[in-house]
Design a protein around this ligand. Structure first.
Ligand SMILES: *[C@@H]1O[C@H](CO)[C@@H](O)[C@H](O)[C@H]1NC(C)=O
Length: 275
């Protein structure tokens, strides 16, 4: 019965070209885009969608393609708890200032969190996912972790070449805490990826629409938490937050040293030193 069910489902889905992006379709599109710089049409991607695998096992396409599991819409406060230095968080927030989301890679459990800000819409969610895939792949690159996307092109302008360049650039990474991955992305790298993701998403969006994708809605699985980020206040819409993880806004980067004791400063400089 299971087999029959799957077979019928298979043909049912094959019969139409689904034009809305779900995670498997979107990540395969991004994968093709990064490898070959082409945007596949809905029918091409639908043909490739390995429906049987999705029904029989957990989908780990993201882990396979970009080395991280992408998690959308969690609570930032609950996910990061107290494990994050506030100065670090402030810098991260600064990098994503003009976005409706914040990306946070955890290299120990290979989770790439996308925290959404209040008012994020379909385009922000799609852009965030695209950005998260790029950042994941690039973090794998700086850690010499092999992914299929690195092997696919000899073209000098390709994404694989960008990864190779970042891999050998020492501004791209800082030593991590010695887990699976030994390097964390530097702020310069996060800013750089932010820049290319913004530019590339603008390109890709145009091509997606031209090839017939419907970007007015999406089928990605997004949890409901939203960060109210306007003033860097850690208030979240789904959470009555009494515990504050960040200091008030009045502390700026210039004067933060005065506000920490010496041990803390040492830890911070260790963590943020470039190699
Ligand atoms: C990353 O994940 C590990 C393992 O789940 C956890 O112990 C750690 O606190 C996480 N790091 C951050 C900064 O959230």
């Amino acid at each position: 019965m299971l087999i029959l069910h799957i077979v019928f489902n298979y043909f049912a889905v094959r019969a139409v070209c689904l034009k809305t992006l779900n995670e498997p379709r979107f990540i395969q599109l991004i994968d093709t885009y990064l490898k070959k710089e082409i945007v596949a049409s809905p029918c091409e991607i639908n043909k490739r969608e390995p429906i049987i695998f999705y029904q029989l096992g957990p989908m780990l396409l993201d882990l396979k393609i970009c080395g991280f599991k992408i998690i959308l819409g969690r609570s930032m406060t609950q996910t990061l708890k107290h494990s994050m230095k506030e100065v670090h968080l402030k810098k991260i927030k600064e990098i994503y200032r003009d976005k409706k989301y914040i990306l946070f890679p955890n290299t120990s459990n290979r989770n790439m969190y996308i925290f959404f800000k209040d008012g994020s819409e379909t385009d922000d969610i799609l852009c965030a996912y695209f950005h998260a895939v790029l950042l994941s792949i690039i973090i794998c690159a700086i850690n010499d972790c092999q992914l299929p996307v690195f092997h696919n092109s000899n073209d000098v302008k390709s994404f694989a070449q960008v990864c190779k360049m970042l891999q050998s650039a020492d501004w791209s990474r800082i030593p991590g805490k010695g887990s699976d991955f030994s390097y964390e992305p530097s702020y310069e790298l996060l800013s750089y990826v932010h820049k290319i993701a913004t530019k590339e998403w603008n390109n890709m969006r145009v091509f997606l629409i031209r090839t017939g994708w419907d970007l007015s809605k999406h089928l990605l699985m997004v949890d409901e938490w939203r960060v109210c980020d306007e003033n860097l206040i850690p208030k979240e819409t789904s959470l009555d937050n009494t515990e504050h993880m960040y200091t008030p806004d009045s502390i700026s980067f210039d004067d933060f040293e005065e506000n920490f004791n010496e041990n803390e400063i040492e830890l911070l400089t260790d963590f943020f030193q470039r190699t």
